[in-house]
Design a protein around this ligand. Structure first.
Ligand SMILES: [Zn+2]
Length: 372
């Protein structure tokens, strides 16, 4: 089930069983840049962009493979116009986070070192003095500069950049309980300074970048808050117990299921074979198939093989499992026996409300007036 995955990216292959995806905006921008360059330089431009994104991919693979060493799975690597993102499924411990964060820029350092023997430094020095229109760099020189830039830029100590993760990991290793909070603060201050600098020197791209990093830092902070909340609650605090679940036997037709949906506020039904859960069927699926195949049985549209989690496990475990399995729903068991379900939306809602509540001062029990 790929319910959380962006539909705007295309899988182009896989490396070490990690799916490599390219976002559509990247392809559009690629075509645009190649189109903009003079006809005789188009092939070179296309090769250069491909090589740079090869280096970005190698950088992300650096993160993903070191994460694997620490037992953390990477769902996929997606290339965007502003760089790559390796979607690592769980939050690593500080030591692992430090290694994973450093691995990416280290790959760029290695590429730059490999290119070093092929560079002519007197030429590079001459080019740096020349006016921009005469500054002709060779292919290797451009790739060298790109790798040094990617490495340095990612080491900026601002979340969610690698440097920000290094900072957070170091803070956490120094026993700071508020590592993410402090790192996010530092990031926001850095972004404001960068934005001011961008305005002063008239660099709109830098302004945009500081804005994007600022948003990333805020998101990282929110994620860290919900992670620590998810540690504090159990799966049974948020699951829908089986007695409260609306259930359909697997032999129900889609048209019958549609009628059941009319009388229900639930976004999904549990589908059972006898007393055993077979999976779940989503309301959208019922609506979609009711028009075309109303006489089919719902077992044709059931999501089976749902991951299972124990009712007394911390909520964070359920979240990590749902993300890792790319599933919307998990079966909840108590002592190995089916006890209910936990859905991603419900968990996210629950954490959101608990998080919001934490931002309000504790209040005395309010007596709600009884309506007359
Ligand atoms: Zn990185």
């Amino acid at each position: 089930m790929n319910q959380h995955r962006s539909t705007w990216s295309i899988q182009v292959g896989s490396v070490a069983s990690i799916a490599i995806r390219i976002h559509v905006t990247f392809l559009l921008l690629f075509a645009y840049f190649v189109y903009l360059s003079p006809a005789d330089a188009r092939l070179n431009e296309a090769l250069f962009i491909t090589a740079v994104f090869g280096c970005v991919l190698a950088h992300e693979l650096g993160h993903a493979l070191v994460a694997r060493y620490f037992g953390i799975h990477t769902n996929d690597i997606t290339l965007y116009p502003f760089g790559g993102i390796a979607s690592i499924t769980s939050q690593p411990a500080p030591k692992a986070e430090l290694a994973i964060a450093l691995a990416g820029p280290l790959v760029n350092v290695l590429v730059a070192l490999l290119l070093l023997p092929s560079l002519d430094f007197s030429h590079l020095a001459a080019v740096s003095q020349a006016p921009p229109e005469e500054a002709l760099l060779s292919f290797q020189e451009k790739i060298f500069i790109a790798n040094v830039s990617i490495g340095l830029f990612n080491l900026l100590p601002a979340l969610p950049m690698d440097g920000g993760r290094v900072l957070r990991a170091l803070l956490a290793l120094c026993n700071s309980k508020n590592a993410t909070f402090i790192a996010a603060r530092v990031s926001k201050v850095l972004c404001v300074l960068m934005a001011l600098g961008a305005v002063l020197i008239g660099q709109p791209i830098l302004l945009l970048i500081s804005f994007i990093i600022f948003i990333g830092a805020v998101q990282e902070h929110v994620r860290a808050e919900s992670r620590s909340l998810a540690e504090a609650f159990l799966v049974e605090d948020v699951m829908v117990a089986k007695e409260n679940l609306e259930t359909l036997p697997h032999g129900t037709t889609i048209s019958k299921a549609l009628r059941a949906s009319f009388n229900s506020l639930q976004p999904l039904f549990l589908v059972t074979v006898g007393d055993e859960p077979q999976g779940v069927v989503f309301r959208e699926e019922i609506l979609e198939h009711a028009a075309t195949t109303p006489d089919d049985y719902i077992s044709a549209i059931v999501f089976r093989d749902l991951p299972a989690v124990d009712a007394r496990a911390p909520l964070s475990q359920a979240l990590a499992l749902l993300e890792e399995e790319q599933s919307h729903v998990a079966l909840v068991t108590r002592d190995g026996v089916f006890a209910g379900i936990a859905s991603y939306d419900r968990v996210a809602d629950f954490l959101l409300m608990k998080g919001v509540r934490n931002h309000f001062p504790p209040e005395e029990e309010t007596e709600w007036p009884t309506p007359p």
